[in-house]
Design a protein. Structure first.
Length: 316
């Protein structure tokens, strides 16, 4: 049986970590999957320890795997993963560099990412991202994200309960969502925002900090809609999770490749978001998530892994 090692923020809250968990729990047929956590949510010292432990493990164990599959965001995450990638490549193992971020820009660095990923098997989250990143990262293969197979549709939704999921990063749009709900209440609508990632107490907002997977599923199953007002995203897993829970989604116009059932509102335009809430689409949600079911995604990865193995064998 072939073996793949997934390297990334395995236990860190967020979409990338959840994708790693889903893919490693359901590897392609004929494959076994392990995970290697390269990140820590602690202080700088604990992050360095996690990174050094990952480097040591790859140095000593790379030869035990047919493919090492690296999962990366941008900026510091990218630089850390590239260093691990080069270490694996020196060991002669086949690699995949899987980019989850929509934050790469041509002006990000004097040394373009494409130079660091030359001759590497790069994967992006959609054909749109593959085209956008062609000059920045180089050629890539588009493979869409899987959705959590444990999420099921909700039956009893609470009118006026809205949800935002994600880390407390300004690009995620928490303050925009908080101000939007406050505005709706000032207009006479009784609304509450359930917000993960933040702990501050605010009027009309239930600040939840980080929630576990069970609590997240309940929120998706009971909320009137998920709000995704991000400045940029790769392919937000929370949107797929909401659709799987039959929860309507309103998403920023800055996010590409949104299914037709998703309500799109202009980024940072409060009036447009209020209109989207008033005209919320609730149809076609479950149908839109079907391509992202794990049985389909694991087959895509199986084909991709085998192409890499076959290509390496033909060169040798």
């Amino acid at each position: 049986m072939r073996k793949v090692l997934h390297v990334g923020p395995v236990k860190t809250p967020g979409g990338m970590g959840r994708v790693i968990q889903i893919l490693s729990a359901a590897p392609p047929e004929g494959w076994k999957a392990d995970t290697l956590d390269s990140h820590s949510t602690g202080n700088v010292f604990s992050k360095l320890v996690a990174w050094n432990n990952a480097k040591e493990f790859i140095t000593n164990n790379a030869q035990n795997y047919d493919i090492i599959h690296f999962h990366s965001a941008a900026h510091f995450s990218f630089r850390r993963k590239v260093s691990l990638l080069k270490r694996a490549e020196k060991g002669g193992v086949s690699t995949v560099f899987h980019i989850h971020s929509g934050a790469f820009k041509e002006t990000d660095s004097k040394n373009p990412p494409s130079k660091k990923l030359a001759n590497t098997n790069v994967v992006t989250l959609s054909e749109t991202w593959a085209q956008r990143y062609l000059k920045i990262i180089g050629p890539s293969t588009a493979i869409i994200n899987p959705v959590d197979p444990t999420i099921t549709p909700g039956k009893n939704r609470v009118t006026g309960q809205f949800l935002i999921l994600g880390r407390p990063d300004p690009v995620k749009g928490h303050m925009f969502a908080i101000n939007l709900i406050a505005k709706l209440n000032s207009m006479g609508k009784k609304c509450t925002l359930f917000a993960t990632g933040i702990k501050e107490r605010m009027e009309f907002t239930q600040s939840l900090g980080w929630v576990d997977e069970d609590e997240k599923r309940k929120l998706l199953q009971t909320s009137e809609a998920l709000l995704v007002p991000s400045e940029y995203e790769g392919q937000p897993l929370v949107i797929l999770e909401a659709l799987a829970a039959n929860c309507p989604v309103i998403a920023s116009s800055n996010i590409p490749d949104l299914p037709p059932c998703v309500n799109v509102a202009e980024y940072d335009n409060q009036i447009d978001w209020i209109s989207a809430i008033d005209e919320l689409n609730t149809e076609g949600l479950l149908e839109a998530v079907e391509p992202h079911r794990i049985e389909n995604i694991r087959a895509l990865w199986g084909d991709y892994y085998e192409r890499i193995i076959d290509s390496k064998a033909s060169i040798e």
